[in-house]
Design a protein around this ligand. Sequence first.
Ligand code: GAP
Length: 557
Amino acid sequence: MAFIVKKTIKNNDYYYLNENKRIGGKVKTKTLAYLGKTKKEAEIKAKEFLKKMETEKHKNKEEKIEKTADLPKLSTEISVEDMATFCKRKGFVYPSADIYGGFAGFWDFGHLGAELKNNIKKEWWNYHVWQRRDIKGIDGSIITHPLVWKASGHIDSFSDIFVVCKKCKKPEKIDRKDLGKVKCPRCGGDFDEASAKEFKLMFKTSVGERDEAYLRPETAQLIFTNFKFVYENARMKLPFGIAQVGKAFRNEIAPRDFLFRCREFEQMEIEYFVLPDSNCIYGIPDVEILVLSAEAQEKNESPKKMKITDALKKKIIKKDWHAYWLATEFSWFVNLGANPDNFRIRQHRKDELAHYSSDCWDLEYKFPFGWKELEGIADRSDYDLKQHEKFSKKDLTIFDEESKKKILPQVICEPSLGVERAFLVFMFDSYSYDKERENIVLRLNPKMAPIKAAIFPIIKKEEFEKLCSGIFDDLKKEWNVIYDESGSIGRRYARNDEIGTPYCITVDEESLKNKDVTIRDRDTKKQVRVKISELKDVLKKLINQEISLEKAGKLIK
Ligand code: GAP
């Protein structure tokens, strides 16, 4: 405890801030600061000094926390709870309205999370829309005409069975067929069958004074209602797809596992329309993955690793279009740095199929809490277009030039992926603890990284800062980059490793003379020297993985 003391020397008063400390069983007094010659001055200075001391203490504590000493040391060890802690601490994801205690099933994305989420959506859109001639994107409304949900079957069928566990008293959702058969996944207790009731999953709202409406539980339906417009306006020919990215809402009974099951989330969906019974016109990507068919599940067999093309040849996957989309979706993740060993495809058993689906395979991911659905890839046939024809009384058929007949296309595949689940995949697969560096390294693919480059002056001096600012101003036109001048260079590297910044650019004494900088690679720690005039071009090639670091400049040995 600190206190102010006055000392009078030769009739002059001097004020000091002292502190008593017990050292080796004895109380010793230590002077912390000189506070001036008047009591008033001393009180003000003491307050300032103590405040500064408190800030320093806090800063040291934060630095320690920043060093992530209490977080798991290996990517395989990290639990979903630890990931949530890491994401909150680093500014990726916060419980929504955390200052009010959070709101179950709702999450807010921080300054890094918002960037990662945007990068996921951008890369998804690029791969599925911009890079293809056969897919166009739309953006439909969140609150949708109620008849859409009547036609789609959601009003009647989109529900879960709500039960309460007799032991832990927590609510849980189960399938109707499992009533009386399954135990509580949290504590193993029996469910109270008398508590079982149907629970509608759509959020209701009102439009105007009276009209009832719903927040969309999937983005898919707006694709069906707009199908004919896109077909005509974008002058599409079968086979073609319509893509959409946007919010979806489900009043989940038991939101859980961080971002895995939320009440508000985003979907990235495609409805891919084909002529009935037509074959796939594209080459199926040559990829290998664990395959678990419905039949294998019935026989209690383990998944088998095989090429998707072989699964098609062996008729484990029935339709070539389905094989094509499974391989295409898996490749998207792997191309962006996800670990292929953490993926498998699993066919839905008959009793799991949604009301609209005739066959469905899930792309599953090995989350820390088990293999779970990451993306559903369902064959929806012509169910939805037929339903919307029936309810809207509009003709949704198109004229097929070849057969000279009007036909209703089939949705051979609906790849449907949640942004939040993809977010978890990229975080889990990039999180690792580097023993040598003693810090976490988030090895995100540069395209996914929230910050593409951090620019440092080696010391805080005007001439270095000026050069850095110029580089920063130039690079920020292309990417989200940061200017970082606080702490040692090592600390700055560590800080950026932990948030996944792939490249750190340092301006030093040589930069002033030679007009060049050092680029340091996050994953290898290797450094190259690059001319400032070439920096933007080099960085672009590095981010797009067109060149290796060794090819980017003069390697520093
Ligand atoms: N249009 C088809 C459809 O919505 P789904 O299997 O219910 O199918 C598709 O959802 C994807 O949306 C899932 O594979 C998952 O990635 C994501 N998703 C579904 N419910 C979610 C939830 N409550 N929280 C987060 N993501 C969810």
